[in-house]
Write a protein that binds this ligand. Sequence first.
Ligand SMILES: [Zn+2]
Ligand SMILES: [Zn+2]
Length: 359
Amino acid sequence: MGHFCTNIDYQTPSVLNMQNTGNHQQSNQGKAKPKTWNYHPQLPVTVSPLFITPLKIGAIIKWFFLSWFPISERLIILCISVLCWMSFSPSVEQTQTFEWSWVLQIYLRNLLLMIMVTGGLHCYLYVFRKQGDELQYDTKPFAQNKSSFTFNNQVWDNIFWSCASGVTIWTAYEALMLWNFSNGYSPQVAGPFSTLWLIGIIFFIPIWETFYFYLIHRLLHVPVLYKFAHSLHHRNTNVGPWSGFSMHPFEHLIYLASVLIHFLIPSHPLLIIFHLQFYALSAATTHTGFAGLLAGDKKWIDLGTFHHQLHHRYFECNFGALEIPWDKWFGSFHDGTDASHQAFMQRRREQVRAAHKSR
Ligand SMILES: [Zn+2]
Ligand SMILES: [Zn+2]
């Protein structure tokens, strides 16, 4: 499928990147090759073994285990969710009746979480530079005095949209879904296998996220929606923790609408809380701009995905994630290698030519 947008505004960053690639090609004719990334993982970037045939059961089990254990962003977010469900959430009885007091309680908790997790990562990696540029993909500083950003400042722009729009819409969905649950409007995890259901759906949520995210992300790259909404997220060609959840309210509305699946599958307050926290907080961890957090020389947790970093730099590739290889199936996969980049640029040039011909 390989959708490419033909909108002029939208093309601008890609055209710039084409120019960069021109330099890159010149450099191959004698001069030293410019460094495209400060750090990148082992290339090519590979997709999960879930859809590789013949199926390799051992590889699938290993991949699945390592995506959660011994420690991962999703396991940490699950622990935060359990803590919030047990100690920092209104009871089922309270949420049966809509009242601003318990909605405000959820809002303040979510705002605090956003500041602690996203702000914590930002301070650790960018303010105090605790690991320097180790594992940092792109060392270009965040934009300042740039009019494309609210307040002319990338970090303040990202904080504003994450908190003012993101946390508000996250809270609205959480309140709606908890109210639904309490009033029996959505199916509930119950019966003898309820614990197994609960665990099964927790493991299912990240897979569902990959499926859902690809579809809405492709939709958001349709020119009219890109210009109206998604371009706000793409102001960030170089990303940091605050960039992940920095979206237009329309994008927050459809991004977090993923939680509406609990109208169809068995639900539970913990699942609703985890589902939304996974979306909101992993947006920060996947956009850190670093491949992981270091303890000494050792990476103890994986963070931002290089796959999505490529999307922020080149725009028309890697719309999905690596769990379900949508991008491979539909011809938009960029695996980070030179060969993949040349193929990507060729597609891009053909698209630009076709757009000029049709005018
Ligand atoms: Zn995008
Ligand atoms: Zn992004």
